[in-house]
Design a protein around this ligand. Structure first.
Ligand code: MRU
Length: 330
């Protein structure tokens, strides 16, 4: 099931807030509504956010083919979520492609072609990186993963979950363990659902169980995605990733980051320069609208953490497998 469906003058987004209980699409016809959908987690996952933003820019141009409308849409979309660098890569990509455009001519068709190509390209990047990743992991049969990095988070196939899919296709996967991923439950709701669709053996665990699984010899490797990778390999990903990396390091288990090159932030030297999104406290204090903590509880809800590059065994992109010391800078 496609998470992002472009239909010439509208963008249909599979509403991931409703999964796994219902598969409904939310239709966006303006850049503002796409930005809102990104902010509200209708669509999430760094590559899927970037592709959706691309189509948001196309909608802005279709609705008002002027440079000022386009520039306003760039600003609105850029403000949707701060950490996933794919959002900014997409906006930059469209801006560069239209840089020399004569705005007295309507650029709608050109913008649509650029967005479609970007969408397709992300899919191809996923297939390529999945093959690189599977090839780098001989003998790996039991994988622990975090958050959702599959078709729902990308243009299809996935990044970390793409490698898992590839291992499964090659009949080299015994089990993937999916962290439930508090507070938004991307692992419990989305990864488990995606794996069930393809009959990939997936066992759900809570976020605190990774160290125990490793100590019991139940996982061979940890594979996660990324929202932004700094030039030195420091990686921002769903909060909880850093703890998994430390546990993997302690147990001598490979810790792999899988992402398309659009997730590399070559201009940011280290993780210290990566903005971390703070999400509403209600995501922690309630589950599906039901309060689960005493009223007025103090809450801290960073959506991501930074894993130092030195803890990352390998970073897999569509261009191949990179190992420390990382130097992605320009
Ligand atoms: O808050 P989310 O659900 O957008 O966070 C998603 C993640 O952290 C993913 O691991 C990351 O974006 C990679 S998706 C291929």
């Amino acid at each position: 099931m496609d998470a992002i469906v472009w239909k010439s003058h509208q963008l249909d987004l599979l509403d991931q807030r409703q999964l796994p209980f219902s598969t409904t699409y939310l239709t966006c016809t303006t850049a503002d509504s796409v930005a809102q959908a990104i902010r509200d987690m209708v669509v999430r996952g760094a590559p899927a956010i970037g592709v959706s933003a691309m189509y948001g820019l196309v909608l802005a141009i279709q609705n008002d083919p002027s440079r000022s409308s386009f520039e306003r849409a760039c600003q609105v979309l850029a403000a949707a979520r701060p950490t996933a660098v794919n959002l900014f890569d997409a906006i930059q990509h469209m801006t560069s492609a239209l840089q020399d455009w004569d705005w007295s001519q309507n650029p709608s068709e050109r913008a649509e072609a650029i967005a479609r190509a970007y969408h397709q390209d992300d899919l191809h990047k996923n297939y390529a990186l999945a093959k690189w990743g599977a090839g780098f992991l001989p003998g790996i049969r039991r994988v622990l993963t975090h958050c959702n990095t599959g078709s729902l988070a990308t243009s299809g196939f996935g990044t970390a979950l793409g490698i898992v899919r590839q291992l499964h296709r090659e009949k080299r996967l015994d089990q993937v363990f999916a962290d439930e991923t508090r507070p938004y439950l991307q692992g419990a709701r989305l990864t488990q659902w995606e794996c069930q669709q393809e009959k990939i053996p997936c066992t759900l665990v809570t976020d605190g169980m990774g160290g125990y699984l490793m100590s019991e010899g139940m996982v061979d490797c940890v594979i996660v995605g990324a929202d932004r990778i700094a030039a030195n390999g420091d990686t921002a990903n769903k909060v909880g990733t850093f703890m998994l990396a430390m546990a993997a390091n302690y147990h001598g288990i490979p810790f792999i980051v899988a992402a398309p090159s659009t997730t590399l932030d070559r201009a940011t030297p280290s993780g210290a320069g990566i903005p971390i999104e703070q999400r509403p406290s209600s995501e922690i204090t309630s589950v599906f609208g039901h309060p689960i903590v005493p009223a007025d509880s103090a809450v801290f809800n960073p959506a991501f953490d930074i894993t130092p590059g030195e803890l990352v065994t390998a970073i897999v992109t569509e261009d191949g497998v990179f190992q420390p010391p990382y130097a992605f800078g320009k």
